[in-house]
Unconditional design. Structure first.
Length: 132
């Protein structure tokens, strides 16, 4: 990607307000943060950049090691998709659709998360997936 293409891409991502878009390193540490991520998760970039993305998982899912398992899947397969409960800065929970992708053999590079305003998802299905 040329310098001008890179600048246009950064401008595009920065302007997205309806989707949380952020880059992570291979360990799940947040490297950057867009306005959509701030709106949906409540953290300003200075508060979350440098922290691990497991911050967004519920305490129960953290205890299960779900974030590490999801990151491992993304590394092995080049992508990861899930939906489940995530946690905002204020502690409130929301249902999110999460996608993580990487390019080529590079580490996990980007994660795009979208959240739905309702919580009427198939909770039984979600609970079963967490148990495996």
């Amino acid at each position: 990607m040329s310098t001008s293409d890179d600048a246009m891409y950064r401008h595009l991502v920065a302007g997205v307000k309806d989707y949380a878009i952020y880059l992570m390193d291979e360990n799940g540490v947040v490297l950057n943060w867009n306005e959509g991520a701030q709106r949906s998760k409540g953290y300003r970039a200075g508060e979350i950049v440098g922290r691990n993305f497991d911050t967004f998982y519920t305490p129960a899912d953290q205890k299960l090691g779900l974030s590490a398992r999801n990151l491992k899947h993304a590394r092995a397969n080049g992508h990861f998709a899930d939906e489940g409960w995530r946690v905002r800065k204020d502690g409130s929970q929301f249902w999110a659709h999460v996608r993580s992708v990487r390019k080529g053999t590079a580490p996990v590079k980007s994660s795009v998360a979208t959240s739905t305003p309702s919580t009427h998802r198939p909770i039984k299905s979600w609970a079963c997936r967490r148990a495996t």
